[in-house]
Ligand binder design. Structure first.
Ligand code: ASP
Length: 299
């Protein structure tokens, strides 16, 4: 069975001058994690590691580099899901953590629950000794400037970023040598979102889904529309009936027609075929092909 790894760094009208940073970020995640996957780490471990690398990269709206909410603060959401038994962990509205996806995995493995939000998630992070950062450690000059630019704009709506502007959520999907698949997604959400707003990314079936029998998917885009159509689960279900690529395209069609939304997705079906699709101008993504060569795309 093939070993597979695919990652994304958001779907939107990525300005041309930011193409290189996006492609480099995607490349780094693939370069560092694929060899480990070949050496035998699980798909679950692989998607966590890949997302960790993207969370650290200030290019993306996840971990360091996340958008600010309407209070000028960063609140992060993430999910990780294991296709072996459908177990997942998710966090929403957590602050001062570089790796919310790792907290999501700890919730999945160390508690009786699947999702923790806000104060409770924060308390659990402290309990397990996860390092809390000064909020400034996640803040970039780029996002502070953008916050000030849009803060008082009476015409701004949180879905505007996807029509033509920013959305840099990150995600990864992997298949390991035991034919297990997993998916993970991590985000700072949408710019100037209301404090406490939770998007699609940490919602199971919307921001990610993984089932060894069908496939695994990580999504990005306008969360309010992605949740309406449970985009990740919609695509995984479709993978049972069509090719992986057709299932991805179907998902984006449903997002557009029923959800009136914008976004993109990556995935792998149970046979190990890659899936991707988007209806934004660009999506940053990359995968390792059958020959073990890294492929990266921004369009
Ligand atoms: N889906 C994310 C959200 O709405 C944003 C993104 O993908 O960039 O929170």
């Amino acid at each position: 069975m093939p070993i597979r790894l695919i990652v994304h760094g958001g779907a939107w009208s990525i300005p041309d001058e930011m193409d290189t940073a996006h492609l480099q970020g995607v490349q780094k995640a693939l370069e560092e994690v694929y060899p480990a996957l070949q050496s035998g780490i699980s798909a679950l471990e692989a998607v966590e590691r890949a997302v960790n690398i993207l969370e650290e990269d200030p290019t993306f709206d996840a971990g360091r580099g996340a958008f600010l909410n309407d209070q000028g603060e960063i609140e992060l959401d993430a999910i990780i899901m294991d296709g072996r038994d459908l177990s997942f962990g998710a966090v929403a509205a957590v602050q001062n953590l570089l790796h919310p996806v790792s907290l999501a995995r700890e919730i999945m493995t160390k508690t009786d629950h699947s999702m923790l939000v806000g104060k409770g998630a924060q308390a659990f992070a402290q309990f397990i000794g996860m390092e809390e950062l000064d909020p400034r450690a996640l803040l970039t000059d780029r996002e502070l400037a953008y916050y000030h630019q849009i803060k008082e704009d009476p015409h701004f709506k949180s879905h505007h970023p996807f029509e033509p502007f920013p959305s840099d959520t990150v995600g990864a999907v992997a298949m390991d040598g035991k034919e297990n698949i997993a998916a993970a997604t991590s985000t700072g959400g949408t710019p100037r979102k209301m404090a406490g707003r939770v998007g699609d990314s940490p919602i199971v079936g919307a921001g990610a889904y993984a089932d060894n029998e069908t496939g695994a998917v990580s999504t990005t885009g306008w969360g309010e529309s992605i949740m309406k159509v449970l985009l990740a689960k919609t695509v995984c279900d479709r993978m049972e009936r069509t090719s992986a690529l057709e299932a991805a395209k179907f998902g984006i069609q449903v997002l557009r027609e029923k959800g009136k939304g914008y976004g993109g997705l990556i995935g792998i079906n149970a046979q190990g075929d890659y899936a991707f699709a988007y209806n934004t101008e660009k999506m940053a993504w990359g995968w390792v092909d059958e020959k073990g060569t890294i492929q990266r795309r921004i369009r």
